[in-house]
Design a protein around this ligand. Structure first.
Ligand code: GP9
Ligand code: MN
Length: 692
């Protein structure tokens, strides 16, 4: 006891013991309760130091208090607060495999699904360790008071206390810098809640989330129903009526969306050592009867990359100027999105298949708000599957998807998010059987190999789709989500593309933002390569018109690519734009066809360019206003019912779909039911059968 009393005299001892204990329990939680996907020693080192800065800042408050007993109470409160943040997340993670956001605490989304009732069942025996210090410290404080123990403990000098607080701030800066070096734009892009915790710790994640929520709430609170009028005026005047000859040509067909990760237009019809990189995709692209292909189609993503592409294609609105709309606003924004529209107008069921964890880009939350009935994330795929970079390999993804797909009611709207063709284009010799380029830039060189792999995966999938009869009654929408080679690496690509590396400039970078888009409609004969200019924002109205859904009443910023009134100005997220004549980049005007710089004043096109620039700015600003102020909550078009995210539950989806088949009996339209309640998985080709 004496030794304890002795120890208590020194505040630094107390801080050290409380600090080390709290650090240890955070690390325990990182390894036992969370799965953060830490890779490599740098990430491990960051993980181990990330609880320190914020904990020290909180705990150091007790150094400022002169008398021991009140000081201990302050320390206890700081410890309690920090432990609560940790423990609430632990419990929540056990149920939802995700971290707690302020929104979920306030009851907007997940918590209402019933975590409070089940939290007792979510406790584990090792949780004692998380609370032990809190109890011991409390017991100690009570003892000091009850026994009226009087310890004359020397307070710490104010300067020393301030030094500790300053040190913790500096330490945080180091933590942040190392993290940013390992994962650039971590804070702006906010990929995933996992990432923030892995790099910056739970406290920082909570603070960042709180800040963003407060900011978003304020913007929303100030918005009122009249604010949507500007948006409606714009989208109504921008609406392009469908081309009669193409409206509804794919009516009632299943819609199969193939999201080609990081896939650029230049890969189409490209050869390496005489071999086509993507022979299968080429065959679809060049099918001038059954495919409407586009060769002047641009990606328009910002920092939200894949999630921005998805957002544009599903909702017809732009991503945000910074970060990802999915992660920043997707949890509680109101949308008029493809799955909901297709379900309500034409009775489509809907599903997304993706080999990454459901929390990435906040998909688990967002898809419910878009109206997706099913989301088959990584947890639905075999745990034996090899994971490469951002998820399981595409061949496994597509093959294993079939067991879920065949239980969906037709017509279905399904999206397959591939992922193997993702930077840094990891390849090994067993899966990637294709020559690499020879530019000396490893990223560029391997890009064609993973692209070839993606092509093989699709060919296998189509072999199955044809054999099972799905192919003939579907429309395929295939697109590249964004660039695969960044502007930094582009010059290394110049020679391969027959360009001059030395004179490579922003115009060349802009032209490389082309990605493929095709609508493949088996049995259709009016296809061919389309040369009109357009971008991802234009896809939703185009698709909806092809399946016979008019888009007039929905809020969409793009226009049908196949309509004669289609607006061919393609806006980039930073306000630059491309038209069939001009390419405007950072105030410089280029000739889109030749790449030559134009003096717009001398050429007499200054006003024209200025007008286009203003239109582009206006369109982007209105889209931002709509999303940031969540204005769609004020406008539900006639015949449309707002989506209720609570009606979807992405657990036990197969059971849900099979129950539906049974309930519908003879009326069930799933592939499985149509196949006399037999699986069609056996129709999937084995890997060897398509390998040349
Ligand atoms: C991750 C995948 C990749 O799930 O969609 O996202 P990206 O890095 O391309 O935005
Ligand atoms: Mn992507």
């Amino acid at each position: 006891m004496n030794r304890i009393k002795q120890g208590l005299k020194n505040r630094w001892n107390i801080l050290l013991i409380a600090g080390i204990y709290f650090w240890a329990k955070t690390i325990l939680a990182y390894y036992i309760d969370f799965s953060l996907g830490v890779e490599g020693w740098i990430q491990t080192a960051i993980l181990w130091i990330n609880p320190i800065a914020t904990m020290l800042l909180l705990f150091s408050s007790f150094l400022y208090i002169k008398k021991l007993k009140p000081a201990l109470i302050v320390l206890w409160l700081a410890d309690l607060l920090n432990t609560l943040v940790l423990y609430i997340n632990i419990i929540y993670y056990r149920e939802f495999t995700d971290f707690v956001t302020i929104k979920s605490i306030l009851g907007f989304s997940k918590v209402s699904e019933g975590i409070s009732g089940s939290s007792l069942a979510l406790m584990r025996i090792h949780d004692i360790f998380y609370w032990l210090d809190i109890f011991l410290l409390l017991a100690g404080i009570i003892y000091l008071f009850v026994k009226k123990v009087d310890i004359t403990s020397k307070p710490v000098k104010k300067t020393a206390a301030v030094a500790v607080s300053i040190f913790s701030v500096l330490f945080f800066t180091v933590n942040l810098s190392v993290s940013e070096a390992n994962r650039p734009q971590l804070l702006q892009r906010t990929f995933d809640r996992n990432y923030l915790v892995k790099y910056l710790g739970l406290d920082t994640f909570t603070a960042v989330d709180g800040f963003n929520t407060a900011k978003a709430n304020e913007v929303r609170a100030n918005a009122s129903s009249g604010d949507i009028n500007d948006v409606l005026n714009y989208t109504k005047s921008h609406y392009a009526a469908p081309d009669e000859s193409k409206f509804g040509i794919a009516k009632n067909r299943n819609i199969i969306v193939l999201h080609l990760e990081s896939f650029q237009q230049f890969l189409i019809n490209m050869k390496v050592d005489g071999h086509e990189v993507t022979p299968f995709l080429n065959s679809l692209y060049n099918d001038d009867q059954q495919t409407l292909s586009f060769d002047n189609f641009f990606n328009q993503v910002g920092q939200g990359k894949t999630s921005d592409a998805e957002n544009m294609l599903e909702t017809g609105t732009y991503g945000l100027t910074q970060g990802s709309l999915f992660t920043q606003l997707g949890s509680d924004n109101t949308f008029q999105a493809a799955p909901a529209i297709l379900n309500q107008t034409e009775g489509y069921s809907s599903a997304v298949f993706h080999g990454n964890v459901g929390s990435f880009w906040n998909r688990e939350d967002v898809y419910k708000n878009l109206g997706y009935q099913n989301f088959f994330d990584k947890s639905y795929f075999s745990s034996d599957d090899e994971t490469l970079g951002y998820g399981i390999l595409d061949k496994d993804l597509l093959r294993e998807s079939v067991s879920h797909l065949e239980h969906l009611q037709q017509p279905f709207y399904t999206k397959f998010l591939t992922v193997t063709n993702h930077t840094p284009y990891l390849t090994d010799n067993s899966n990637f059987d294709f020559p690499s380029l020879n530019t000396g830039d490893e990223v560029v060189d391997n890009y064609v190999r993973t692209a070839h792999y993606l092509d093989q995966s699709l060919e296998q999938f189509f072999t199955y789709l044809k054999a099972s009869g799905i192919y003939q009654k579907s429309i395929f929408m295939i697109y590249g989500d964004h660039y695969g080679i960044s502007d930094t690496n582009n010059p290394d690509l110049a020679e391969t593309l027959g360009k001059d590396k030395a004179s490579w400039d922003s115009y060349d970078n802009a032209m490389l933002q082309r990605v493929p888009l095709m609508f493949h409609i088996p049995g259709y004969t009016g296809g061919g390569v389309q040369h009109q200019y357009g971008g991802e924002i234009d896809v939703l109205p185009t698709l909806l018109h092809l399946v016979g859904v008019d888009t007039k009443n929905y809020v969409q910023f793009g226009s049908d690519l196949l309509s004669e009134n289609h607006d061919q100005v393609v806006a980039f997220r930073n306000g630059d734009f491309v038209t069939p004549q001009y390419t405007e980049l950072g105030g410089k005007t280029y000739d889109t066809n030749t790449g030559e710089l134009i003096d717009s004043q001398a050429a007499g096109i200054e006003t024209e360019i200025q007008n286009e620039q203003q239109n582009v700015k206006k369109e982007l600003e209105l889209s931002d206003k709509l999303n940031e102020e969540n204005l769609l909550r004020f406008y539900t078009p006639e015949g449309f019912t707002a989506v209720d995210p609570k009606s979807y539950n992405y657990k036990n989806l197969d059971q849900q779909n099979e129950d539906k088949e049974k309930q519908l009996g003879a009326k069930s339209t799933s592939i499985f039911s149509e196949n006399n309640d037999q699986t069609t998985i056996n129709l999937y080709p084995t890997d060897n059968s398509t390998e040349e």
